[in-house]
Design a protein around this ligand. Sequence first.
Ligand SMILES: [Zn+2]
Length: 318
Amino acid sequence: MRFKRLREFNLALLAKQGWRILANPLSLVSRILKARYFPSVNFLDAPLGHNPSYIWRSIRASQDLLRKGVMRRVSDGKDTAVWGQPWLLDITNPCLLTHEIEELKDARVSNLLDGNGRWDEELIRDIFYPQDVPRILATPVSPEYEDSWCCKVPPKICNFMWRCVMNVLPVRENLRSKRVFVGGGCPLCSVDMETITHILCECPVAMCLWDCTDILQGKTFVHFVESVYEKPDAHDAVLMATRFWTCWLARNDKVWHGKTWSSSTLKERVTQLVIQWQRDVHVNTATNQSSNPPPATWSPPPNGLLKCNVDATVAENF
Ligand SMILES: [Zn+2]
């Protein structure tokens, strides 16, 4: 593993810790770090602070990476800034196009709701660019819940992308290299070697999704993925993940069920997935918040006994 890969590998692991701090503000470690380093802001805006510990310095290094993959899930809008935070229910571009208005720079999303907890359409049309108005009005709100952070794409897709880049997806060449005998090459075309690069970028199925015959343009698969992730706008990264995932679904449907997807089915599936992920962001609001246990209160141990406080997380989505 080259040094650059090692650094990115570490950053990805640290971003996972950063995500836990952001998504689980009531966990013991989140509360300790918040009290020490960012009492009045969220993890993404937390400064390095004075005399930071090695652990805090390391986790904070993942802020930029994390910022690209998360967005606000608006509920009552009270904790979400209108400008400066990604909150629109558009996972490809959850930020406003309207430039910040100086007098309203501290406004919260809740300020855009009327007394019944619905969007104040007249106010919104007055303030924002016409392109932003339908995007705001399409963003659901649930005044009975609090705002929270969520991933732009489901955790299983993050995991899938990770396996692609680490070259551990079970395509036939990878299975063969592990001495698992599988016959044939690409299940979708006549090429005699099925690699990750082929199935996601070089296969005619992939080309049809990208409307392009040279997706990589001379880059390696990993460098291509990096170049997309490095773009400041997350739109292309979300689209790339959706296309790769669709290729993988089509490939598996062929391998396991003998089904062939037409180019229109493939493209339709990409559109559906983006819509479905957006919807899931909203649906999860109710399930996540209603299933959160009430915060535990600490009590001292009885006299003569010691108490050891620990914290742990169980990932439900893997
Ligand atoms: Zn192929």
